[in-house]
Ligand binder design. Structure first.
Ligand SMILES: NC(=O)c1ccc[n+]([C@@H]2O[C@H](COP(=O)([O-])OP(=O)(O)OC[C@H]3O[C@@H](n4cnc5c(N)ncnc54)[C@H](OP(=O)(O)O)[C@@H]3O)[C@@H](O)[C@H]2O)c1
Length: 243
């Protein structure tokens, strides 16, 4: 069986690759830079004796990423897990982006997950496989920062529901992680209100739950409470929170 990780070159995706290679998964790793991927594959092959395949895809410009992935998957053992820890956020995503940059954020954070899930669904259903989506606490309630990124992440919540509504758990399992702050490239240099979590810790939890059924979780768990509070804040109060 093959496990596909899209966004595997850094942060959570890289930690997932290491965790799953250690657990004996055969991997197909995807991100934009072939050199990064080759280095990760060489390292995992050496350390874990893992079978690791790579595909460099620039998802900001790839019209049909699912077709490119399908070509590679045709030559590999059957696909039974698709993990999508791919993402990009920008510090100027506060109504200052031009149309091209909005398109880039949507291509990476929304079009790529949607197109890849659509293309690979038949393969995943054939093996009662699992789709793992990675949302964000940024999508809990609209605010004046992370406007496009949060919109894309909110749309992933809808994709999670659509997949579960359409496909019985006996055919396809769907998991969604609503993530709080992680210590990765995505948050590097950003002033955070609370400490960021080591992505290796999150990767261990995600890997351990891969065989479970469909569900959505906040990770770290304390963000479930934070999200509830943010959602319950009266609008006049919430509106004044400009951070
Ligand atoms: N870090 C956080 O605090 C946080 C919080 C909430 C949710 N999340 C979500 O958690 C997931 C993992 O985030 P992370 O923090 O691990 O991010 P990260 O370290 O920035 O890694 C993002 C991954 O996406 C890939 N990627 C980005 N742009 C790409 C492109 N144009 N083409 C192909 N691949 C591309 C990157 O590879 P290349 O750039 O090398 O191509 C990298 O492998 C994401 O979905 C993110 O939105 C993160």
């Amino acid at each position: 069986m093959t496990t596909l990780i899209v966004g595997a070159s850094s942060g959570l995706g890289r930690a997932l690759a290491a965790e799953l290679a250690g657990r004996g998964h055969e991997l197909l790793l995807v991100s934009s830079d072939a050199r990064d991927l080759d280095a990760i594959a060489a390292d995992l092959t050496l350390r874990c004796a893992a079978r690791v395949h790579v595909l460099a895809l620039e998802l900001a410009h790839e019209a049909d990423p699912g077709a490119r992935l399908s070509q590679v998957l045709d030559a590999l053992p059957a696909l039974d897990a698709l993990l999508l820890p791919v993402g990009l956020s920008r510090t100027d995503d506060d109504f200052r982006l031009d149309a091209a940059r909005i398109g880039q954020l949507l291509a990476i954070n929304l079009h790529a997950p949607l197109a890849i899930v659509h293309a690979l669904l038949p393969r995943l259903r054939a093996n009662r496989g699992v789709v793992v989506l990675f949302g964000s606490v940024a999508a809990v309630r609209g605010r004046g920062r992370n406007v496009v990124y949060a919109g894309a992440k909110r749309a992933l919540e809808s994709l999670y529901e659509s997949l579960r509504q359409r496909h019985a758990t006996r055919d396809l399992r769907v998991q969604l992680y609503r993530l709080g702050f992680l210590a990765t490239n995505l948050t590097h240099g950003t002033a955070l209100p609370i400490a960021a979590t080591d992505p290796a810790r999150i990767a261990r939890i995600v890997a351990a739950r891969l065989t479970r059924g469909s569900a959505g979780w906040y990770l770290p768990r304390r963000f479930a409470l934070i999200a509830l509070i943010v959602r319950c804040l009266p609008w006049p109060l919430y509106r004044r929170m400009r951070e």
